[in-house]
Design a protein. Structure first.
Length: 292
């Protein structure tokens, strides 16, 4: 899976990026339906059958897969892997939250990245095989379009982590949770723990690539510990009350959060804003609730 391997750092880093950075960039919503626990296998069979039926493989005059086809294949790969992805994220959360040192925390993150890479590779291979397509052709076609400067595919690629996160169903109650208070707490957490968070870089293979995702993951764990909500719950609060991001104080806090995050991940130069790439579109979500 040449394309996945070449771009796995963006995919893996982004997979840990949730509300804080994304909200500053534009707030994304969930768009996957939550499957019934009693009908997971049936739902997966129906879903995969539907995925295949909705993909129309078309080629241009040059014989290459068209951009609309590549886009539908991207969406299909995400849909195809969403069940396994959710299980992987749950396992990752458990492993990193039980870690007793920065070294163990980073190792858990590295394992998650490797697992995610394999998951996406398998999903790509299985889906393309069902459509009588070769992974090599898909990879080379995508690379060709991106080398030619196709911004649409580049944008879709950068949004892949957010779309993967969208497959995670909400399990926690976010009733009574104030989004403003969550962001305010995140800002204070970064201010009070910057030096400790930057210590994570000592255990990174490539700090400028890995630290942004690690810091955001630490933020996610802080929010869970303090408010008992996960990133998908925070996104659901926004989905169910989009007017809160129009609040001037919330906007100020989000800008401050972005600045504090950039300061934290900017160690040794070259890391400012690394976790803020990409914007998000509005999607339907599986979680319903109210904000306060």
């Amino acid at each position: 899976m040449e394309f996945i391997q070449k771009h796995k750092k963006q995919i893996a880093i982004g997979a840990g990026v949730v509300a804080a950075a994304g909200l500053v960039a534009g707030v994304w919503y969930f768009f996957f339906k939550k499957p019934s626990e009693d009908e997971v296998e049936l739902d997966m069979q129906l879903s995969r059958s539907q995925i295949l039926s909705e993909i129309q493989v078309e080629r241009g005059p040059d014989g290459r897969l068209t951009v609309p086809t590549i886009k539908s294949l991207y969406h299909g790969i995400v849909e195809w892997s969403k069940g396994e992805y959710t299980k992987t994220v749950y396992a990752f959360r458990k492993a990193r939250r039980s870690s007793s040192s920065n070294k163990e925390f980073v190792e858990a993150n590295n394992k998650f990245q490797e697992t995610l890479e394999g998951l996406l590779e398998n999903a790509q291979k299985e889906l393309l095989s069902k459509l009588s397509l070769e992974s090599e052709e898909f990879d080379k076609t995508v690379e060709g379009y991106m080398r030619a400067g196709n911004q649409e595919l580049f944008f879709i690629h950068m949004q892949l982590p957010h779309k993967m996160n969208a497959s995670i169903p909400c399990k926690n109650s976010h009733e009574g949770i104030s989004f403003k208070e969550v962001v305010k707490a995140q800002v204070e957490y970064l201010k009070n723990n910057r030096a400790e968070l930057q210590e994570l870089a000592k255990f990174c293979r490539v700090p400028q690539e890995e630290l942004p995702g690690l810091v955001q993951t630490k933020l996610n764990d802080f929010v869970y510990e303090k408010f008992k909500i996960e990133e998908e719950d925070l996104a659901a609060i926004i989905k169910n009350g989009p007017e809160i991001i129009k609040d001037k104080e919330v906007q100020r806090l989000m800008v401050e959060l972005q600045k504090e995050t950039s300061k934290t991940v900017h160690v040794g130069g070259g890391m400012g804003g690394g976790m803020f790439g990409g914007h998000a579109h509005d999607h339907e979500g599986p979680c319903e609730g109210h904000h306060h």
